[in-house]
Design a protein. Structure first.
Lengths: 254, 296
């Protein structure tokens, strides 16, 4: 009996996600007719609800391509990647990757990176709370700091981009279409974090992303500096460390 | 974040409450509105930290709350998601809600979560399965659950029981209570062509621990038959207020929630809806008092 129930449910779920599927056979007819319009309410609820969730989570991405394009793109994402948890806060983590591989969006090559900034923003907003490492605590480590491995703040993440993605994101959110815009040449790497209640998006200096990635992987300060210098010879440990301290990106030692 | 000290007993008063929306966090904390309680959608507070928990903690220190789950899939044919049930338990331990409710519906199948409250047939088999799930929920949560009557747009050919009978039997077997959504009754009655008054006359009112009132949208199907959609996106409709007043005549004053989840209005508009429910609740309490005086 249970397997009948599961089959009935599976057919219903399939008919919701696949717009071309027939109305489930288990439904009662009304005056001999298939209740297509009534079943469509469920299909619409599911798609509209999830697309609205994505639109509120990726507002700059939506603005860059326009609402109609964004909703059509989101519909394809929902159809191929429906949520796997009732905790919808986790839905959309791989939407930026989907955008990166979505041919109609290829005319906007930085779109996936803007979406990555927005996902990092959303994740930071809901991440665990933690007190940032204080300057006193760092000073107290003295010479031992170089050999210490640091914990990044639980809300921190890095987005690397070949495009000036922070500038694009900021301008899009500000909505100043009339201002003449001069985009910086080259890419921008972002550190996204929420040291207290406000999410912050910061530009990282050259080598900063590699430095943080190494720290996140558990490297000591010294080893992380070596890794960063390997990618960016002019990497400045003191300046980068001071930047992380100022932004509240460290949460302690491991 | 460390757990706050015990919030203590904060029962839900027999007055109106509203669904808590992030748009209103500041209005509530800054304005300290005279409202009895707030209801939260559990899944919106299943993140690890951040502003949602900071605001909810501050609001919970000032008001009682009710915990309303939307994702447990109690009407599902498969087993409940034990991980999700644990998350609910953790949330209840943290915020000590005075009421806890879920839906007679399913929303997950296999690994997919469909994010809607989907209908089930009412048969002996689904009855047994739903009761098994509710037993598991109440044992894990260590508290009574209120089960909400759904709004549906279709019916199943295999259904053998009326919804009110199905609900009454669930209550008898599991000891759960009921959350009566009066708007859902109105929507159901229009969509399935029965009388809302008849449904309410048969409803086991003695088990109702909470009432929901929300808005719906009017549509029609291929035949031009009414198709009402429970969208929680507007004011409560006048005929639903009428049904509500009639319902109070049988239940007495019951905690009543205004649900407005889409196109969320500004705080004064939502507050005014809650006060409209409070006037009916106060009138009911006055009538009940007068009847007691006459009886003695």
């Amino acid at each position: 009996m249970t397997s009948d129930g599961l089959q009935r449910e599976g057919a219903f779920a399939h008919a919701i996600l696949d717009a071309d599927a027939a109305v489930p056979a288990a439904l009662a007819h009304r005056d001999g007719r298939v209740p297509a319009r009534r079943f469509a309410v469920y299909r619409n609820n599911v798609y509209a609800g999830l697309i609205n969730t994505l639109e509120s989570r990726f507002p700059a991405t939506a603005k860059l391509v326009g609402e109609a394009f964004f909703r059509a793109m989101s519909r394809e994402y929902v159809e191929t990647t429906p949520p796997v948890s009732a905790v919808l806060l986790n839905y959309g983590a791989d939407f930026p990757d989907f955008i990166g591989g979505f041919p109609p969006a290829s005319a906007v090559p930085y779109l996936a990176d803007v979406a990555r900034i927005e996902w990092a923003w959303h994740a930071a907003y809901h991440a665990a709370d933690a007190e940032p490492l204080s300057q006193e605590a760092l000073t107290a480590l003295g010479a031992r700091a170089e050999a210490a491995a640091f914990k990044l703040h639980p809300s921190a993440s890095v987005v690397r981009s070949r495009y000036p993605v922070i500038t694009i994101w900021e301008l899009t959110m500000r909505g100043g279409e009339d201002e003449p815009v001069r985009l910086p040449a080259g890419g921008e790497d972002a550190l996204v974090l929420r040291p207290a209640l406000q999410v912050e998006v910061r530009r990282l200096p050259q080598g900063g992303a590699a430095f943080i990635d190494a720290l996140m992987a558990g490297a000591t300060l010294q080893d992380a500096a070596v890794a960063a210098a390997g990618q960016e010879p002019a990497f400045d440990l003191a300046a980068n460390l001071a930047g992380l301290m100022r932004s509240g990106a460290l949460a302690g030692t491991r | 974040m460390s757990r706050p000290a015990s919030l203590g007993e904060s029962p839900i008063p027999r007055t109106s409450g509203v669904g808590l929306k992030p748009e209103h966090y500041r209005d509530i904390l800054d304005g300290a509105p005279d409202i009895g309680w707030f209801e939260i959608h559990a899944e919106n507070y299943m993140g690890a930290g951040g502003p949602p928990h900071a605001y909810l903690t501050a609001i919970r220190e000032r008001y009682p709350i009710s915990l309303h789950g939307v994702g447990l899939s109690i009407g599902g044919a498969g087993p409940l998601d034990a991980g999700h049930l644990t998350r609910l338990r953790v949330l209840a331990d943290r915020y000590e809600p005075a009421l806890f409710s879920e839906h007679l519906a399913w929303s997950s199948h296999d690994t997919v979560y469909l994010n809607d409250l989907l209908p089930l047939p009412y048969t002996d088999e689904t009855l047994a399965r739903v009761c098994e799930h509710i037993d598991q929920v109440q044992n894990t949560m260590k508290r009574q659950m209120l089960l909400e009557n759904p709004s549906t747009y279709i019916a199943y050919a295999e259904t053998t029981m009326r919804e009110v009978d199905f609900l009454r039997e669930i209550v008898r077997r599991t000891g759960c209570g009921l959350l009566l959504d009066v708007n859902n009754v109105f929507v159901q009655a229009a969509n399935h062509g029965f009388g809302a008054d008849d449904y309410l006359d048969d409803f086991p009112m003695e088990h109702v621990g909470e009432i929901h009132l929300g808005g719906h949208a009017d549509d029609s199907d291929e035949d031009g038959s009414p198709l009402l959609i429970d969208d929680h996106g507007r004011e409560v409709a006048d005929p639903v207020w009428t049904l509500y007043a009639r319902t109070l005549g049988r239940t007495g004053a019951v905690p009543t929630l205004i649900e407005w989840d889409n196109d969320v209005p500004d705080w004064p508009t939502l507050f005014a809806e809650a006060k409209r429910a409070d006037r009916l609740l106060a009138a009911q309490a006055a009538t009940a008092h007068a009847e007691r005086v006459v009886a003695t």
